[in-house]
Write a protein that binds this ligand. Sequence first.
Ligand SMILES: [Zn+2]
Length: 223
Amino acid sequence: MENILLIVAILVIPLIAEIKVKSAYSKYMKTKNTSGLSGTEVARRILDNHNLNSVYVVETPGVLSDHYDPRRKTVRLSYPIFEDTTIASVAVAAHECGHAIQDKIGYVPMRIRSAIVPVVNFGSKIAWIVILIGLFTQYFKIFILGVALISLGLIFQLITLPVEFDASRRAKIELKKLGLVSTEEGSGVAKMLFAAAMTYVAGVLTSILEIVRILLMFNDRRK
Ligand SMILES: [Zn+2]
């Protein structure tokens, strides 16, 4: 019974977060901003204000694919964000610039996150194999090693939380400081960024439940 409930929660939590973020996006993608600035223009202003003139702002394919690339020092914005003059454009562009500012100042959680990427990738690649070996041989130490490897993903997600919340915090400060949004628009920006951040929180919750499920699997097989 616990297993079924867990599986349902693991499937439903990310779905709810996705629906929430998509509905926030579609609402604010239709709402024009009063400054008449596109995502590119907003990004340029924030970056230049931080002497980040060398950071590029380019268009990238895909939906909700916006991100900052620390290796290439590039803010990549998806088509509607890049071009449109909406609240969503302002919010997302400013958020990605928040990551560029983090990169410039050497924001510690971001540095830790980048540093652990190779370990996390390796761990998640072999975790399931180790877990299955542990399960079938009923060798607890191997099983726990597998769980530890899969937990690396959770650690990565946990470090992502301050990085994301801080980027949104910086975004709101920058927009206010440069006078790019009205008070009312500012609350729209905040709502949108909050919805986006919740997908990361949902990711953490789902990973915790996934680990609990794996632990229960070992218990069930032992019975
Ligand atoms: Zn982000």
